[in-house]
Design a protein around this ligand. Structure first.
Ligand code: ADP
Ligand code: MG
Ligand code: ZN
Length: 629
């Protein structure tokens, strides 16, 4: 059931609940406003009231000497008091004389209980019944094969307590097939087998082959894992039960395991089908032996999942797909044969993959003729499918902002920068001097890049500040997809990182904070050279660090002795010092061009790679000849 219907029924339910509550509390319990009030009075006051013959009903308890009474015409007030010990006789006389009615009790204690029960209990009961009825009605309306939903899966009081809240999407609603997934050929190939199994399980049964019960999609965020799982269900025309790991952990303790049980129960009814557990790492983390019971809930959920996966009848055709970007943190029990024994790698797209994804998403966008998506694909190494989809959409949005009806190449190029560096920040106004420093800094990077063979060509230089905090940047794009990087290329890259700061020093004889990001990147790269790439004389081919999470970031942690770590630091410092010296040297040799280009950039704020190269290689009659690298 779609979200709109769900919301509508939710609103309907809440309105009905409020109406029921108001009706009950005003019509059935009019004494809500006239509830009895209790006033404590002195014993003398009791006697006075009796003498004045004001008392209507009175009760007197011999055991604890408590008195309760109501006055004529004041039914809603109960007066309480305590008799003086030894005064029972006189009190009895006074009561008799006053003509008050003596009863066992005047305060309707038990009626208060009933009242409370009716006042609060009945509406709740009505709510529950109503929610249950609504739930039933909806399931019926949805029909057996149609999409169904659990009303109130996350709603607590209404119906659906104990239901998993897993969304069930019938195949006709998925509308996603392998055609909607560009690239990822290997992953699709593996999943085609799953599709085939779901379409004709008999063939597999006949030969006695057992298909994996589960397959785990692993890969960095945004590479299309969720999309692939949906597409698999779409291809096989089977229902798709999807639940996210984080949904298991929400709400009340003990619900997670119940959810798993319910999820598989539903799947069993609808088999053949696909059960998809997104972000399985939230429940599937390694269980640590003993210690605190803080993770009990998660552990129970995981255990239940393992039990269910072992238990279901595989002939029916239930395939469990799961997705994660942290496979290393998964509990080994999950990866045992018979569970998620099959791993399907969903990788970051390469050049062809990126182009295919861009083309797929650009299909829905009106563009000027002759858009060069190839150029965009080349400019976005390391971008995920989600990034690329976002680039196309940002480009279309920019076209709308510019009041155009079609997106242009420029729109897409600008959106690449938005995705990489953030939006342009018009509010940051740099002083002329700051602009000058940033110009020299960026031209410094660019000249160093252009003067080295191992650097990617410069495609754009800009000093327009970005929301990411960058005051300007130099874009470099490799001509071809690169899978291997040589040591020389790494060294050249280090030098380019140092080019910005070196230019500032050379021209202004000063340092600024503008190089902070360059320094961070350069240090990371130099450290990797030492600890992972084995590119230094000092250590050779020794792995000194491990990558903690291959899919989230490439951050390494050192695995060497503290003494070695010290030497690693020394080598890193040396690598960076050498790179800095090389950058300075290149810029000294090209000082005139540095001045010329920086002035030009400061005036124009953004220049293309072609403009840059033309100016750099142009013979200027006023300036001394440039030594060519
Ligand atoms: P993940 O689950 O791996 O984090 P998603 O499946 O949620 O990534 O992908 C997010 C979005 O990115 C998708 O909805 C789709 O628009 C886009 N996308 C990612 N990979 C691809 C691809 N290979 N082909 C087409 N679109 C893709
Ligand atoms: Mg996902
Ligand atoms: Zn820089």
């Amino acid at each position: 059931m779609d979200d709109k219907k769900r919301r509508q029924s939710m609103i309907l339910y809440i309105i009905a609940a409020i109406v029921v509550y108001i009706v009950l509390s005003t019509v059935l319990f009019p004494n809500m406003q006239t509830r009895q009030q209790v006033v404590e009075v002195s014993y003398t006051q009791v006697l006075d009231d009796l003498n004045a013959e004001d008392v209507d009903k009175i009760s007197y308890d011999n055991s604890d000497l408590s008195i309760e009474y109501t006055k004529t015409g004041e039914e809603n007030t109960v007066y309480t008091s305590t008799a003086m010990s030894g005064a029972q006789e006189s009190l009895q006389d006074a009561i008799r004389e006053s003509g008050a009615e003596q009863t066992n009790t005047v305060q309707q204690d038990n009626s208060l209980m009933t009242y409370m029960l009716l006042m609060y209990g009945l509406p709740i009961l009505v709510f529950l019944l109503f929610g249950w009825w609504l739930n039933r009605r909806m399931k019926k309306a949805a029909g057996d094969d149609g999409p169904s939903m659990n009303f109130g899966g996350g709603f607590g009081m209404g119906g659906g307590l104990g239901k998993s809240g897993a969304r069930i999407v019938a195949s006709k609603d998925i509308g996603v097939t392998f055609k909607d997934v560009a690239g990822q050929e290997e992953a699709k190939e593996s999943l085609k087998e799953v599709v085939d199994f779901l379409e004709n399980p008999k063939r597999y049964e006949a030969i006695g082959a057992k298909l994996p019960r589960g397959a785990l999609l692993v890969g960095p965020p945004g590479t299309g894992k969720t999309l692939l799982a949906k597409a698999t269900a779409g291809e096989a025309h089977v229902p798709f039960f999807s639940i996210s790991g984080s949904e298991f952990v929400e709400m009340f303790v003990g619900r997670g395991a119940a959810k798993v049980r319910d999820l598989f129960k539903q799947a069993n009814e609808k088999a053949p089908c696909i059960v998809f557990i997104d972000e399985i790492d939230t429940i599937g983390k390694k269980r640590d032996g003993g210690g605190f019971s803080g993770n009990d809930e998660r552990e129970q959920t995981l255990n239940q999942l393992l039990t269910e996966m072992d238990g279901f009848d595989n002939h029916k055709g239930i395939v469990v797909l799961a997705a994660t970007n942290r496979p290393d943190s998964l509990d080994p029990a999950l990866l045992r044969p018979g569970r998620f024994d099959r791993r399907i790698a969903v990788v970051l797209p390469d050049l062809t993959g990126r182009k295919a994804i861009l083309q797929l998403h650009a299909k829905d966008v009106k563009t000027e003729p002759g858009i060069d998506l190839d150029a965009i694909a080349r400019a976005t190494p390391g971008a995920s499918g989600a990034d690329l989809a976002n680039i196309i959409n940002e480009g279309a949005l920019r076209a709308v902002r510019m009041h155009r009806t079609r997106a242009t190449q420029e729109d897409f190029e600008e959106s690449v920068e938005v995705v990489i560096a953030g939006q342009q920040r018009k509010s940051t106004v740099l002083s002329e001097h700051e602009k000058q420093v940033v110009s020299y800094h960026e031209i410094g990077h660019a000249i160093v890049a252009a003067r080295q063979k191992g650097s990617a060509p410069v495609t754009k230089i800009t000093i327009i500040p970005r929301t990411s905090g960058a005051l300007g940047y130099t874009m470099q794009v490799e001509e071809d997809e690169k899978f291997l990087t040589t040591k020389q290329e790494v060294l050249d890259k280090l030098t380019v990182y140092c080019g910005g700061r070196a230019a500032e020093e050379l021209i202004f004889n000063e340092m600024t904070t503008g190089a902070a990001n360059d320094i961070e990147q350069a240090t990371k790269l130099a450290r990797n050279m030492v600890t992972r790439f084995g590119m230094t004389e000092e250590f050779g081919m020794v792995a000194l660090g491990t990558v903690q999470n291959a899919y989230l970031n490439q951050d390494t942690s050192l695995t060497c002795a503290p003494g070695t770590a010290e030497r690693v630091d020394a080598v890193v410092v040396e690598l960076l010092r050498e790179a800095h010296d090389r950058a300075l040297q290149i810029l000294r040799e090209n000082k005139f061009k540095l001045h010329e280009l920086a002035r030009y950039l400061q005036k124009k704020e953004t220049i293309t790679g072609d403009e840059f190269m033309t100016l750099l290689t142009r013979e200027n009659p006023l300036m001394p000849k440039q030594p060519m690298a």
